[in-house]
Write a protein that binds this ligand. Structure first.
Ligand code: AVI
Length: 347
């Protein structure tokens, strides 16, 4: 954790009730970053202190998703070059009727990292009256509220539960949903943004959360030619570049860094041996970044690693799921075999 040299509650300790009328005074407490305490993100600050201190600089990709980042990601999913969303959606359209026929009579659907919950509607549509409860686990409160309002309007009979948390942390489900058949839903190839060992840990945690009788539906992007992969992460209109660079604006806002965003270029690499897309921000010239009393120097062409997006073969992902204690059941894929939807069973 970060050690703060300043006293973050200095204002409180130096001011007494006797000399201040609090009802008339609007107090804005700032810390050493110059940012209001309520906006300051300690977790992000911690990650920047660690990630920028070494030669191999990095910022964790979870910080891509502030309000602007989430909006930009929604744009990415509509881009022609970004095939995963529309491909997975078409697979789910074909698969959901078959899945619903085989599902139990009373289903509780638990979605991890639900975002806008768009794909969920396909499953809920097919499940019809079998769907009793929808639990959405999402780190962004705004995204969670908007999605649950929309789902509730479309499916008025369904009980909805929102859990605003990071699904990587281990989620506790409401006790009363255990009476239903539990179906976990983890679409979008979000699992690809984790390292392989982290993916195994997450799949183990999901099995613990969902219980012995659960089913888990996971979407994974498949290994394919870099001719398709690179443009998917480096589109002609530059939306993905803006999405990546927005992480620096997020840092400026939430931690008080002074990143000059225009001095960084988005770079995408296909790492063949690791079977993953790697995204970096490259410093266009020698520069320094200041925050929390530190100065970080960057050479010309020095890069900051922002994100990995692992691609799996069908067999590779099934082996990983088995390693995490899941039984592998059906797999659905598209005609080009660009994307796969896996059905896993806890028992
Ligand atoms: C959220 N995640 C699955 C996306 C991906 O494809 O790895 C994030 C992304 N980054 C750039 N474009 C999309």
């Amino acid at each position: 954790m970060i050690q703060y040299s300043g006293d973050r509650n200095q204002f409180d300790s130096e001011t007494s009730d006797a000399d201040t009328n609090y009802t008339d005074v609007k107090v804005s407490v700032t810390n050493e970053s110059g940012i209001n305490d309520e906006d300051f993100n300690v977790d992000f600050a911690d990650a920047l202190v660690t990630g920028l201190a070494t030669d191999a600089k990095s910022i964790p990709c979870r910080f891509l998703y502030d309000k602007r980042g989430s909006e930009l990601f929604e744009h990415i999913t509509d881009l022609h070059e970004y095939y995963p969303t529309r491909t997975e959606t078409s697979i789910l359209r074909g698969f959901s009727a078959e899945f619903a026929r085989a599902a139990g009579a009373e289903v509780a659907l638990v979605e991890f990292g639900s975002g806008s919950s768009t794909k969920t509607e396909l499953l809920l549509d097919s499940l019809g009256s079998k769907a009793k409860v929808y639990v959405a686990v999402e780190i962004s409160q705004a995204a969670l509220d908007a999605a649950l309002n929309r789902i509730q309007d479309r499916f008025p009979e369904l009980s909805t539960v929102g859990i605003c948390d990071d699904f990587n942390r281990g989620i506790t489900l409401p006790a009363n949903i255990k009476q239903h058949s539990l179906v976990g839903f983890f679409p979008g190839s979000t699992i690809g943004n984790l390292e392989r060992t982290e993916s195994i840990q997450l799949l183990i945690a999901m099995r613990e959360t969902l219980g012995d009788q659960a089913t888990l539906i996971v979407g994974t992007d498949l290994v394919k030619s870099p001719d398709l992969l690179i443009p998917a992460y480096d589109d002609a209109r530059g939306v993905t570049a803006e999405f990546t660079r927005n992480i620096l604006l997020h840092a400026n806002y939430a931690v008080g860094t002074d990143f000059c965003v225009d001095a960084f270029q988005h770079q995408v690499i296909w790492n063949e041996s690791q079977q993953r897309i790697e995204i970096y921000l490259i410093s266009l010239h020698e520069q320094s970044v200041n925050f929390l009393g530190r100065t970080i120097k960057l050479h010309r062409r020095e890069r900051i690693h922002i994100e990995n997006s692992h691609k799996y073969t069908i067999e590779g992902f099934r082996a990983l799921a088995k390693h995490a204690g899941w039984k592998t059941k059906d797999i659905w894929t598209d005609q080009h075999e660009w994307f796969a939807v896996h059905e896993l069973a806890a028992n």
